[in-house]
Design a protein around this ligand. Structure first.
Ligand SMILES: C[S@@+](CC[C@H](N)C(=O)[O-])C[C@H]1O[C@@H](n2cnc3c(N)ncnc32)[C@H](O)[C@@H]1O
Length: 314
């Protein structure tokens, strides 16, 4: 049964972890039945400190705990790579892993590595955007978690999904994105001065490229869901890819329906699939990237055939 969270705890985090738990858990269950799959590679680009911010078991309440616990239960070999760019957070992450991993059956093999049965956890004080793909093999299925503090800190290099799609047989991503954390939608839609762009994401028009970096290389068998809060000043949304067979059985709709009530009170949300309903998907993305007045201006734009002067006299 859903547990009511302590007063003052953000509801975003437990909802995000509910989606993450299913995203990872379903991968483990599916992997057991896939003969071609030799290894699972899970890359957490934004691991954080692995200290739960609300009252729940460690294995369920932080991304390193979710990954390490599910990896330890996998029937197939799993490599878990945890990246954290902030040195102090990285140090806390190592301490937290040292405290919790032995309880899941892991033993430490190096300062930043642990092993349990089929699973290896490796921790890197590194920028997620610099993670390489040299070690990825054709018989790998890769999961990527991209959970920055705001969209302006998007931690997945823009060609990362394309590179992984070429090297591995399977790749799925989960990005947790706050489109208006601390009012970042005040960022200009376009900047005039060149040289200010790209990695700083200092113009909102670039935010569309981040989503395109996933949709452009979505394999045939996958679709991408955007599920986000309808009323939320930070405009948090979750973007994750899933097999169309799960989509068509309604499995992912059930996942988000229970995730958005996990705190004990329902939160209004909306969702769309990129391939199944691109128009709706685009509308939901626009709502997150454009300001109210930009959306209104777009809606009032005259359609090409409204221009009677330019009409062909057919
Ligand atoms: C929202 S927290 C992550 C929480 C964690 N994923 C969880 O669910 O328990 C974001 C973390 O990502 C780190 N971070 C942000 N951008 C990063 C990047 N480009 N590379 C690596 N770490 C990054 C931040 O320092 C911060 O600790």
């Amino acid at each position: 049964m859903a547990k009511r969270m302590d007063v003052g705890t953000s509801h975003h985090t437990p909802i995000k972890h509910a989606i993450m738990r299913e995203f990872v858990g379903k991968e483990v269950r599916a992997a057991n039945s896939l003969g071609w799959l030799k290894r699972l590679v899970w890359i957490d680009l934004t691991a954080g400190n692995a200290i739960p911010a609300y009252d729940a078991p460690w294995s369920d309440a932080c991304s390193p705990g979710i990954l390490a616990s599910r990896a330890a239960q996998s029937g197939k070999p799993v490599v878990v790579d945890l990246c954290e760019k902030n040195p102090e957070t990285y140090a806390t992450l190592l301490d937290s892993l040292a405290k919790h991993l032995p309880g899941l059956g892991y033993r430490r093999t190096d300062e930043h590595k642990w092993r349990a049965r089929n699973a290896e956890v490796r921790v890197w004080n590194r920028d997620g955007r610099e993670v390489g793909t040299d070690y990825i093999q054709k018989s790998d299925a890769v999961l990527v978690l991209n959970d920055p503090n705001a969209i302006t800190e998007w931690a997945m290099h823009r060609s990362f999904t394309a590179l992984l799609a070429k090297k591995a047989k399977g790749i799925r991503t989960l990005s947790c994105v706050g489109f208006n954390v601390a009012g970042i939608k005040r960022t200009p839609f376009r900047r005039d001065e060149p040289g200010q762009r790209i990695d700083s994401l200092s113009q909102r028009s670039d935010w569309y490229d981040l989503i395109r970096s996933i949709t452009d290389v979505l394999p045939d068998r996958l679709d991408l869901m955007l599920a986000g809060f309808t009323r939320d000043s930070s405009q948090w949304a979750y973007l994750f890819s899933s097999p169309k067979v799960w989509r068509d059985k309604g499995e992912e709709e059930s996942v988000i329906a229970s995730a958005f009530t996990v705190t004990g009170e329902p939160h209004d949300y909306e969702f769309a699939w990129y391939k199944r309903d691109e128009e709706k998907f685009t509308r939901l993305v626009d709502r997150r990237i454009l300001t109210k007045s930009e959306l209104e201006a777009r809606e009032n734009e005259p359609l090409p055939f409204d221009d009677s002067e330019g009409e062909d006299a057919a």
